[in-house]
Design a protein around this ligand. Sequence first.
Ligand SMILES: [Fe+2]
Ligand SMILES: [Fe+2]
Length: 238
Amino acid sequence: MTDVTPPPTVETADGLKSTPDEFQDLVRKIVISHAVNELYGAQVFDEPAIAFAPTPYAKWLTCRVAMEEYGHHVRFRELGEAIGIPSADMTPAHHRPLSIFEFPLKTWEEFCVIKLLADLAEILQVEDLLHCSFHPLRNLARMTMPEERFHAQFGKDFCTELCRTADGRAKVQEAIDRYFPYLPAFFGRKGSKNNALYRRWGIKQRTNEDMRADYLARARALVEGELKLTLPAVPEAA
Ligand SMILES: [Fe+2]
Ligand SMILES: [Fe+2]
């Protein structure tokens, strides 16, 4: 059966109320997921990384990254509250965070690699939302994008600097080897029914497998093309 009803375009948070239940549920689900993951990432990676940062300059920039990641949570949570999600539902206690956050962060090099590679993955997700049919989410993506780009650039700049010494280079490669295997699953399952629903309603634009392939190509260009390191082979399917 093919449903050809075009997805609604919703200009305001309030406008969500007059859309079909399925559209509302999907919007709430994606807002919860962003609110939870931004908070959890800030708690397990960005805030602890301030202590690992080796110089006052690096601490200052890491503080800015942590501030922005908490800020992303605050913005998504505010949007969530505006569309009737209880704030308690937007915390890691209520909603299991993604597996990319299960990585036990222990070093500065690992944090730089996380910003290089995990924030690149986040950029792809935010790019997809730039065309979201629910405009409050599209607008949030527009506000968030420059900051996510800054985080990825932060990762690239510090990794580049670390790679200037043989020891730093070896540590960055080790951190990539340890962390990168967590990332392909971030894009979800191939042939996902959920993803098909998001696309049917114009909330998301691309399939999980398309996003993952694009991500792997961009991660490879960064790690192998620019840093001249090796991207480990990992299974692509979630
Ligand atoms: Fe973020
Ligand atoms: Fe970020």
